[in-house]
Design a protein around this ligand. Structure first.
Ligand code: ADP
Ligand code: TRP
Length: 321
């Protein structure tokens, strides 16, 4: 089984990225041939400062390796090291209906946030389809917000195959329902663009500030808490704590005499403990950047070999050879 996923280097990675995409991706990598990449072409839709983009790419590489990506098992690369994806994007654009792109939720959301759209943002899903199809990805581990993009990829691949013959494998998204949309500190989806994240590699002081400001209702400390299925500190605690510990915290809140402030303190400690080994690994990696660059170089070589194979078939199928 071939597995593929990408993450944009558009800011500091957060625990929504980790539980929604990175952890499932790392688990899946044990079961097949995984291709994970840093989507720097995609990040051009939101970043216009070259130094910032370069720094973010290195950050994501460090973060993913620190979180346990094994570059011997997984092909780990930077998207722009496989420029064939842009050629494939152009070819796929010619079998992509315009209304499909006009209906993309993420495009519509970004416009609603006031972003001035350029054609890069508009054709983003076609580039994403090219990422997946160029390695013939079968499974795509992502959070729920990316589901529609993977569906578009399926449609684009189907349209291509009908027109030019069976070239592409049709991929499927792999979404974990329990962590598909982790809430941020304000209760909306945790997202870099909402400034409501808890970073994976932030220091304790920054994490405390974020955790202590997680929104809750206003039931007093003494009250036996109700509506716990909507409680954000508890939802966040559930992803970092063991099931037993999560039940314990829920019971303490339900019993009364235990306030949201107490719950947040437990959340903070558990969160810091959960990511402590990753932080340690990252500190070691930072001292060995040559290893990180060499890892991406080797990944690019392996990804290029697969991409070239696909592109030979694609060019032949459409008549460019
Ligand atoms: P952001 O919204 O912070 O910019 P990205 O769009 O870069 O995040 O997402 C990278 C990956 O992490 C995607 O697979 C996405 O679905 C997943 N992801 C992002 N935020 C969350 C979240 N709050 N819950 C679950 N998964 C998420
Ligand atoms: N669009 C994805 C995001 O914002 C990142 C991405 C780019 C991706 N290409 C991909 C994810 C291919 C999965 C497969 O999170």
């Amino acid at each position: 089984m071939r597995i593929l996923s990408g993450i944009q280097p558009s800011g500091k990675l957060h625990i929504g990225n980790y539980f929604g995409m990175m952890r499932p991706a790392l688990e899946l990598a044990q079961k097949g041939e995984a291709f994970y990449f840093i989507a720097d072409y995609h990040a051009l839709t939101s970043i216009s400062n070259p130094d910032e983009l370069r720094a973010n790419v290195l950050d994501v590489a460090l973060d993913f390796l620190a979180c346990g990506l094994d570059p011997d098992r997984t092909v780990f690369y930077r998207q722009s090291d496989v420029p064939q994806v842009t050629e494939l994007t152009w070819i796929l654009a010619n079998v992509t209906p315009l209304p499909m792109l006009e209906n993309a939720h993420s495009y519509k959301d970004k416009i609603a946030q006031g972003l001035r759209p350029n054609t890069g943002l508009f054709t983003y899903p076609v580039l994403m389809a090219a990422d997946i199809l160029i390695v013939q990805g079968e499974r795509v581990p992502v959070g729920r917000d990316q589901k529609q993009h993977v569906e578009m990829t399926r449609d684009i691949a189907g349209a291509f195959n009908r027109q030019f013959g069976e070239v592409f494998t049709i991929p499927e998204s792999d979404i974990r329902p329990d962590v598909a949309t982790l809430p941020g500190i304000d209760g909306r989806k945790m997202s870099k663009s909402y400034n409501n994240t808890i970073e994976i590699f932030g220091d304790e002081k920054a994490a405390r500030k974020k955790v202590m400001s997680v929104v809750t209702d206003s039931q007093p400390v003494e009250a036996p808490k109700t509506d716990l299925d909507k409680n954000i500190p508890l939802q966040l605690y559930k992803v970092v704590a063991t099931p037993d510990k999560a039940r314990e915290l829920q019971a303490k809140l339900a019993a009364g005499g235990f306030g949201y402030g107490d719950a947040k303190k437990e959340l903070l400690t558990t969160l810091m403990d959960y990511f402590a080994p990753f932080r340690k690994k990252r500190e070691e990696l930072v001292k060995n950047l040559d290893y990180v660059h060499e890892t991406l170089r080797k990944g690019a070589e392996r990804a290029n070999a697969v991409a070239n194979e696909t592109m030979e078939r694609v060019r032949k199928a459409v008549g460019l050879r």
